[in-house]
Design a protein around this ligand. Structure first.
Ligand SMILES: NC(=O)c1ccc[n+]([C@@H]2O[C@H](COP(=O)([O-])OP(=O)(O)OC[C@H]3O[C@@H](n4cnc5c(N)ncnc54)[C@H](O)[C@@H]3O)[C@@H](O)[C@H]2O)c1
Length: 446
């Protein structure tokens, strides 16, 4: 293990081994969470392959192309094993993971029946919830307290109790999308945030209370939804102070995944884009929640951000200055979790001649999200055991997984999927003391 300094000098820094149990606490045991938990168990039992998971199936090239050294990522860096993952969670409904998975209708009945005893045993703890922040849900399995600080303390007690049963803990928000919130004075520092919890400040949504509880306990936190949850100064400060890594928000699964593949291609070829119309139909509970304009606004902001950052209209005004970008999400119950995402892209080429591209992605939302949740849990746990990464707070190298990657203050996020992939793999090489790969390749011609 080593760190590369300027001048190529290396110093050793040991990554703590992934021994013992990794406890995963999931906030919101809905479609994504149950598909993730059931999926890990199905893979452990050899019933299916972990398709879509970089940590389980991905390889990493080390050294020159002629060296032929391409281990699996999980053999190269010390990740927790699936066999060592233990799950628990919170939800506003009392359904156990088997019942919630059956309700979500993502996985087939046969698979669920086979896993039933295991899934039934995972029962949610009462949640911290307030309908003001998710209008379309009415939770009954909820904690009560005289202010938001008391609720945070109850969550901290849940985390502490779970910590006693495992060796390390990570938390992931797979809960519903909350209403659109922007950082206020209450988010500016840990002191202001704690005062806000005591005063039950309206700018503090439930997801922030979970994040606060996790970070206070020194536990890494991932946010699968587009909510304002850890992307404000108080959370970043807490994350750094307690060496509890955080990273971006809103899993990059379907339409935005395609967008961050196509847009870099247009830019690389200097093709112009005059319009990009994206629409979705989906019929799961997420779709129902996003049917509320206030929750949709949160998602819309997250989905809209990517194109501007990738296309850089300020650098290429002739190509992208006038782009019209529209994103719609329509709740359509017959489709359930099987989302259809359409994109109409109006591009233009040589001398300004127009062309069109149509993308129709008939995807399965939770099937795409589950391996991302798995990778994030394993990589955040790795980050916490890695001296060079743990104290950084924000783990920008995990941008690959997010619609809205989190960065250091003042830095624009990197959205291009292939740059994100290179960044992730180079970070793994870096922490393991391997040479970074620049793709220069002149050495083959010496
Ligand atoms: N599936 C994808 O491709 C994808 C991609 C990006 C983001 N997301 C986001 O991931 C989240 C989960 O998606 P899903 O399809 O599983 O939704 P879902 O509606 O099936 O599950 C969300 C669960 O969270 C619970 N919940 C809501 N508020 C809670 C709280 N305060 N505490 C505890 N539990 C709470 C709900 O009861 C529900 O069981 C959503 O915010 C969604 O926007 C999903």
């Amino acid at each position: 293990m080593s760190t590369l300094h300027e001048g190529g000098q290396k110093t050793a820094q040991a990554i703590a081994p992934a021994t013992g149990k990794l406890g995963v606490m999931v906030v919101g045991l809905g479609a994504v969470a149950t598909t993730f938990i059931a999926g890990v168990e199905a893979v452990k039992r050899g019933l299916a392959k972990p398709i879509g998971s970089l940590t389980q199936m991905g390889t990493i090239r080390l050294g020159k192309r002629t060296d032929g050294t391409t281990p699996l990522i999980k053999d190269f860096v010390p990740l927790a094993r699936l066999e060592d993952m233990v799950f628990t969670g919170w939800d506003i409904f009392e359904d156990n993971v088997y019942e919630a998975a059956a309700h979500a209708k993502v996985l087939d009945k046969e698979t669920l029946a086979e896993l039933k005893p295991y899934l039934e045993a995972i029962k949610p703890m009462p949640a911290v919830f307030d309908q003001f922040y998710v209008k379309r849900l009415n939770g009954t399995h909820v904690k009560t307290g005289k202010n938001k600080m008391e609720l945070a303390e109850q969550l901290r007690a849940d985390i502490q109790a779970f910590q006693k049963t495992v060796d390390r803990v990570v938390v992931i928000w797979c809960g519903s999308t909350e209403i659109f919130l922007e950082p206020t004075a209450v988010h500016a520092s840990i002191e202001a945030f704690e005062a806000g919890l005591l005063a039950s400040d309206a700018a503090i949504a439930p997801s922030q209370i979970y994040a606060y509880a996790a970070l206070k306990e020194g536990v890494p936190f991932a946010n699968g939804a587009p909510n304002l949850t850890v992307d404000f100064p108080a959370a970043i400060e807490l994350s750094r102070q307690n060496s509890a890594p955080i990273t971006g928000k809103d899993f990059k699964t379907g339409q935005t995944f395609m967008k961050t593949v196509l847009a870099p291609a247009f830019k690389a070829r200097m093709l112009g884009v005059s319009g990009w119309y994206s629409t979705n139909i989906l019929g799961n509970r997420d779709g129902e929640v996003l049917d509320d304009p206030e929750s949709f606004k949160t998602k819309e902001e997250s989905k809209l951000g990517v194109l501007d950052f990738i296309l850089q209209p300020e650098l290429y005004p002739d190509l992208y200055k006038d782009i019209y970008h529209k994103v719609r999400i329509n709740y359509y119950p017959p489709r359930g979790d099987n989302k259809e995402g359409w994109d109409n892209i109006d591009i233009f080429g040589w001398l300004g001649y127009p062309m069109q591209i149509k993308v129709d992605f008939l995807c399965r939302d939770s099937i795409l999200a589950a391996p991302i949740a798995l990778d994030l849990m394993l990589f955040l746990d790795l980050a916490q055991r890695t001296p060079q990464l743990a104290g950084l707070g924000v783990q920008e190298w995990l941008s690959f997984y997010w619609k809205s990657p989190q960065t250091a203050a003042g830095l624009y996020p990197e959205h291009d999927l292939f740059i994100q992939s290179m960044k992730l793999k180079n970070t793994l090489r870096h922490i393991m003391g391997a040479d970074l790969i620049t793709h220069l390749g002149l050495e083959y011609y010496d």
